[in-house]
Design a protein around this ligand. Structure first.
Ligand code: GDG
Length: 465
């Protein structure tokens, strides 16, 4: 069996402090399969890739000149594709030169791979930063199997088609052997769009692979001393009050202003009953150079200040809004301490926080998950309290239901969700994808011809959870 190459914008190197479940799972498969992880080095510049071996994984990282990185990452990936794929068409900033920079960096990645790949290797490309990579590799003559996984939502054709050059970008996906998506809805959106532009063909297989977490490992961390003492300290600070928690990167896709307003609505309704609920929102700042993120941060500071000013009492602050990030073990303690979690993105490919919250609960006294229907996770966790994140009243009612849910119902819902998380964990996600990718090889001559009209329908496959 050939080696596995994983390609992503950033690589998680040994010793990195914040490696999440995804990085850990990829590291495990890479170690098992004598793999190579290719990505940006984190430095600006030119030159050949840096190659080194760490904990059984070969790392191949490349420097990218700053202007090219800005165009590729800061602009086209994060200011064009990210808002578009999250249905925020109003925030899309398209510049042709940014698209050119994006293509150029993808060519650099293809050239770096060219130095390393052998005939029987397979390549697994991750996320929207690298959509054109297979096409660039095919241009260099590669016939190896190349798979792609999109971590974020795949919007419908009417949204995608607003992007200048959408046909070219979508066509790039047809150069992969396998394209994996988070939900059946994402997969159907892509299938319909590829059909619309006449780029469905025999090589490109589309399949659903809902990403999971290492549920047992998270449960263990949440029951270990670091998490338990974090939970205890947090609980002690609440003076007996109930706790709601939210953990999200500070991103407009996560629906934070809408969530703050829904919480305020809950407080307004509850004013007469005086049953205080404290809401802890952890929101580490990301993409701080992007103006929309700066604006969001200001908006949230204003909202938290306003809501606290209106509802706080001398001994109680309703919203604790924190921009720091915390070690994973401490976060699981926060999850465990909380009576409910608010996971209400306006759009989300999956949302791992929803799954981590469930896995962190005390089985005898689990908390309740309030989850947006717009998160991919809603497909796998129907036992959560599902809400429309735009509907403040519905979210406020769900908070109320969560706070007053009897223990037997909490346990029944939690057990069903936890079984699902254990069955469909991150290891299964990776092995299902790779099994499908390594499937029967297609002769290079049978590959979709970029210029040819479609002859065969896309092959569809689903793994339901
Ligand atoms: C993308 C897609 C898809 C957050 N704060 C801290 C911290 N985190 C960790 C969480 C979780 C991860 O970051 C966030 O994952 P999400 O899935 O919630 O969201 P995105 O970052 O937007 O991820 C998403 C995902 O890719 C995977 O395919 O689910 O839809 O947008 O693991 O725990 N971790 C630590 N400290 C923090 O303060 N250690």
């Amino acid at each position: 069996m050939g080696r596995l190459f994983v390609v992503s914008n950033r690589v998680a190197q040994p010793g990195d402090v914040q490696t999440g479940g995804l990085a850990t799972a990829l590291q495990t498969v890479l170690r098992e399969q004598r793999g190579v992880w290719v990505g940006w080095s984190g430095s600006y510049g030119e030159g050949p890739p840096h190659v080194h071996i760490g904990e059984g994984i070969r790392y191949c990282t490349l420097d990218i000149p700053e202007p090219d990185f800005n165009a590729y990452y800061h602009h086209f990936a994060n200011r064009t594709l990210w808002p578009l794929f999250h249905y925020r068409v109003d925030l899309v900033d398209y510049r042709r030169e940014a698209y050119e920079g994006y293509r150029d960096v993808n060519r650099r990645f293809a050239r770096a791979l060219a130095r390393e790949l052998c005939a029987d290797d397979v390549v697994w490309v991750h996320d929207y930063h690298l959509i054109p990579l297979a096409q660039e590799m095919r241009k260099l003559g590669f016939a190896q199997r190349i798979g792609f996984f999109l971590h974020i939502p795949m919007p419908s054709w009417d949204v995608l088609s607003m992007l200048p050059g959408h046909e070219e970008l979508l066509g790039c996906l047809a150069d992969y052997d396998l394209v994996g998506l988070q939900t059946d809805g994402d997969r159907e959106n892509l299938r319909a769009s590829l059909e619309t532009i006449g780029r469905n063909g025999i090589r490109c297989e589309l399949a659903t692979f809902p990403i999971g977490i290492d549920a047992n490992a998270v449960a263990q961390v949440a029951a270990a001393p670091v998490a338990l003492s974090a939970a205890e300290e947090l609980r002690a600070s609440l003076s007996g009050k109930r706790l709601a928690v939210g953990v999200d990167r500070l991103d407009y896709s996560k629906g934070l202003p809408e969530r703050f307003r829904a919480f305020a609505r809950y407080l307004e309704r509850k004013r007469a009953h005086r049953e205080p609920l404290t809401y802890l929102q952890i929101a580490p700042a990301t993409r701080t150079a992007v103006p929309e993120y700066q604006k969001l941060r200001k908006e949230l500071e204003g909202l938290a200040g306003h809501i606290n000013g209106t509802h706080a009492r001398p001994d109680w602050t309703p919203i604790r809004y924190v921009n720091h990030s915390y070690p994973h073990s401490v976060l699981t303690g926060f999850y465990r301490a909380a009576d409910l979690a608010l996971v209400t993105p306006l759009r989300d490919g999956m949302n791992l926080v929803a799954k981590e919250y469930v896995a962190s609960q005390d089985p005898s006294d689990p908390g309740v998950l309030v989850l947006s229907r717009m998160a991919g996770a809603a497909d796998s966790l129907p036992e959560a309290l599902l809400v429309n994140p735009h509907d403040m009243d519905e979210v406020a009612s769900a908070i109320d239901t969560a706070v007053s849910m009897p223990a037997p119902e909490r346990r029944r819902r939690w057990q069903a969700m936890m079984e699902n998380l254990r069955r469909n964990d991150i290891k299964r996600w990776a092995s299902d994808f790779l099994e499908r990718l390594r499937g029967p090889a297609t002769a290079p001559s049978a590959r979709l011809d970029a210029a040819a009209p479609p002859k065969t329908a896309l092959m569809l496959a689903t793994r339901r959870t």
